[in-house]
Design a protein around this ligand. Structure first.
Ligand code: NAG
Ligand code: NAG
Ligand code: NAG
Length: 336
């Protein structure tokens, strides 16, 4: 409506003049608003950005990043003969179902099975092809799906909350490699630090991106430099310039462990474990005081019962703090 239709006589003139002025103002305002830029905010760019109160787009401060728990994908390497005896129990405990479970667990195997959901099927079925299989599994992962990628075996027990607390202060956009560092010293060859495969190792997103893009470094290919999957990964990471992270706790005790606790607790280990003393990058000590109280993993958990035993001891058993013990209170309804 325009102002031209407002021509009246007498006292009504004043009332209608007011209405007309208001209509004129409204008309002008609507016109003005059309010329203003769209006040809706533009979408945030991809990555770590936040919008300030004033609407500016800024990089998210690092301190704020750390409040978000890291996203971890757990890739468990198994094979059909161990689906029932190992992978099933792993899945029922730390892999996907139990308390403290890794929420994003994927099994790498050579045949599908209803008892394992989320599988990557590989055509490498022989144990000697393990490097090819792991490489194939890592190549097929979506690097945007997580910040960190753990490779574990079907006889690894993972304490996921401790893994999260280890990873939380680290930046997954840096190429990093974490685990239990061992040193491989071939006779007359080039020595390399690698992370124990059984205890599990972790690649940051940036390290996995480099691995997936690596067509040039010969040692990231199958067949590998050696016949050991974890040693090959060590050479591959070194070739790609991926940095190793010291995962020991504040008392220099290891968090990734290549054996079950009951084998490492004896101060004088059985002869088949002494290789660890020779191969460990940092001096490896046996006995309860020498293992971290923030352990991330144990390996060679092969009796199904042991998965549930560790699950119970780690997550269900609640130790009362010292001095807080109260007298035993019987339950209100005594058993019939
Ligand atoms: C698995 O498939 C890849 C890619 O097709 C091939 O290069 C490799 O030789 C195969 N491995 C086996 C053990 O058949
Ligand atoms: C990879 O993961 C991201 C984030 O979850 C998702 O948006 C994307 O669609 C995935 N890509 C593929 C090919 O699955
Ligand atoms: C460990 O090192 C010692 C001393 O160098 C050597 O005698 C022993 O054979 C080594 N053991 C293993 C299992 O490599």
């Amino acid at each position: 409506m325009g102002p031209r239709g407002c021509v009246m006589q007498g006292w009504r003139l004043y009332v209608m003049a007011g209405v007309c002025v208001a209509a004129l103002l409204l008309w002008l305002l609507l016109g003005l608003e059309k010329q203003q830029p769209d006040p809706r905010p533009t979408a945030l760019p991809q990555g770590r950005f936040v919008r300030s109160v004033g609407g500016d787009i800024q990089r998210r401060p690092r301190s704020e990043l750390r409040t978000q728990p890291p996203r971890v994908l757990c890739l468990v390497v198994t094979s059909p003969q161990y689906h029932q005896g190992r992978a099933r129990h792993l899945r029922a405990t730390w892999g996907k179902e139990g308390s403290g479970a890794c929420p994003n667990t994927v099994f790498l195997t050579t045949a599908p099975d209803d008892i394992l959901q989320n599988v990557i099927i590989s055509n490498f079925s022989r144990y000697e092809d393990l490097w090819g299989k792991v490489l194939e599994g890592l190549m097929s992962l979506n690097t945007s799906a997580a910040d960190w990628f753990l490779k574990a075996d079907d006889d690894t027990f993972l304490i996921y909350p401790h893994l999260l607390s280890l990873l939380a202060p680290l930046d997954p956009s840096k190429a990093l490699y974490l685990g239990l560092p061992l040193v491989y010293r071939p006779e007359g060859g080039e020595e390399v630090t690698y992370m124990s495969g059984g205890a599990g190792y972790v690649l940051s997103r940036a390290a996995l991106v480099r691995l997936q893009a690596a067509h040039a470094p010969a040692r990231c290919r199958n067949p590998g430099h050696t016949r050991y999957e974890d040693v090959n990964m060590g050479y591959c990471m070194a070739d790609l310039g991926v940095r190793e992270v010291d995962t020991r706790d504040a008392l220099n005790r290891p968090r990734f462990l290549p054996y079950p606790p009951w084998r490492l607790l004896q101060p004088h280990p059985s002869p088949d474990l002494t290789w660890l003393t020779n191969f460990s990058k940092y001096k490896f000590h046996f006995g309860a005081q020498s293992l971290s109280d923030r352990v991330v993993s144990f390996h060679e958990i092969r009796d199904p019962v042991d998965f549930y035993l560790l699950q119970y001891l780690v997550y269900d058993l609640r130790l009362l703090p010292q001095g807080s013990s109260r007298p035993f209170t019987p339950s209100k309804t005594p058993p019939q």
